[in-house]
Design a protein around this ligand. Structure first.
Ligand code: FES
Length: 71
């Protein structure tokens, strides 16, 4: 049974992952398992793909809307 994982887009910041996630390579090998972390979506983190808080100094501005792009 797998645990439900939540991805919450934060206003002007990261995507907060709540739950446990396996990071796997192209062959399906588990490289790392992490619990409760934030992914960078601003592009300024020195620790990509994880957020290191650099979005604040970069004054990253983004909406919280996470659905498909509307034309
Ligand atoms: S979203 Fe936090 S460093 Fe990019």
């Amino acid at each position: 049974m797998s645990e439900k994982v939540t991805a919450q887009v934060r206003e002007n910041g990261s995507i907060r992952i709540t739950g446990t996630v396996d990071f796997v390579d192209a062959e399906g090998n588990v490289l790392e398992t992490k619990e409760n972390f934030s992914l960078c979506r601003c592009g300024h983190s020195a620790n990509k793909p994880f957020c290191d808080g650099a979005h604040k100094a970069a004054a990253f501005i983004a909406p919280t809307y996470a659905g498909p792009v509307k034309a």
